[in-house]
Design a protein around this ligand. Structure first.
Ligand code: B16
Ligand code: MG
Length: 215
C-alpha cells in the first residue's frame, strides 16, 4: 500500500537547472574554463562539489580555491532564485500535489540542493509538503540511497510504501537502491531504469502513477 510520494526538486517540480546553468556558466567564463549547456546537462542531480569537479576536469586547484569557487557560484545562484515565483512550478505539479494532499498521501521533497528550502518557499508550495530533506540532511549524496531512506523515515513510511519522482539517472539509482518504486521524468535514454518513465507531470494524476507502476 503506497502511502507517500517523494519528489526530487530541481528538474521535477521546477526548472532550477537553468539557474544552476547560468551560475556555473558565469563562473566558468570568469575562470576561462570551456563550458556550455551540453556539459551542464551532465551535471543533472550532482551536488555542488561534484558539479564543480566535473567542470574543472583536469584543472587542478587547491581546496581553498575549490571552496571559493563553490561559494561564488552559489552567490550567483542565490541571486537568480530570488526571482522564482509560483509561476515557475512546472506544468501539472500544483494539481498533483493538491490531489495527493486530498487523498492523504504524504509528500516529501528529497533534493541534493542546500537551497531547497528557499526554492520551495518561493514556489509557494510549503503548505503542501510534509517533509523537506535537502543537501544538509545526509552525508552521502545520490546515487547513495541515504536521502530517500531518510525521507521515508521522516514520513514514517517503509521504503516499499514510497514512490520516488526523479529527473536524474543518479536519483533513479538511489531510489532503486532504497527499495522504492521509481518514476523518471524525461527521455527514456536517461531514465530507462525507472519503473515508469513520463515526459513530465502535466495531466498526471494519482491513478496514472498507480496504474503505471503496478506489475
Ligand atoms: P546547491 P535536486 C540538485 O538538486 C541539482 O539538480 C544540482 O544541479 C545541484 O548542483 C544540486 O542540487 C546542489 O545544489 O548548489 O543549491 O546545493 O535535483 O537533487 O533537487
Ligand atoms: Mg533533479
Amino acid at each position: 500500500q503506497i502511502g507517500g510520494v517523494i519528489f526530487d526538486l530541481d528538474g521535477v517540480l521546477t526548472d532550477t537547472a537553468e539557474y544552476h546553468y547560468r551560475g556555473w556558466q558565469k563562473l566558468a567564463d570568469e575562470e576561462g574554463i570551456p563550458f556550455d549547456r551540453q556539459k551542464n546537462d551532465l551535471l543533472r542531480g550532482l551536488p555542488r562539489r561534484e558539479s564543480l569537479l566535473a567542470i574543472l576536469g583536469d584543472c587542478t586547484v587547491t581546496e581553498d580555491q575549490l571552496q571559493e569557487m563553490m561559494e561564488r557560484k552559489n552567490r550567483y545562484y542565490v541571486q537568480l532564485i530570488e526571482e522564482i515565483t509560483p509561476a515557475d512550478l512546472l506544468p501539472g505539479v500544483n494539481e498533483l500535489l493538491e490531489e495527493l494532499q486530498q487523498k492523504e498521501i504524504k509528500i516529501a521533497i528529497a533534493s541534493a540542493s542546500k537551497n531547497a528550502q528557499t526554492v520551495i518557499e518561493r514556489l509557494g508550495i510549503g503548505h503542501l509538503i510534509d517533509v523537506i530533506c535537502d543537501g544538509y540532511s545526509v552525508q552521502r549524496s545520490k546515487p547513495a540511497p541515504d536521502l530517500f531512506l531518510y525521507a521515508a523515515c521522516q514520513l514514517d513510511l517503509t521504503p516499499d510504501q514510497c514512490i520516488v519522482v526523479e529527473d536524474a539517472a543518479s536519483g533513479i539509482d538511489a531510489a532503486s537502491l532504497a527499495g522504492m518504486l521509481t518514476v523518471g521524468l524525461g527521455p527514456v535514454e536517461r531514465l530507462g531504469k525507472a519503473n515508469l518513465v513520463l515526459p513530465n507531470l502535466e495531466n498526471v494524476h494519482w491513478a496514472d502513477l498507480i496504474a503505471g507502476l503496478s506489475p
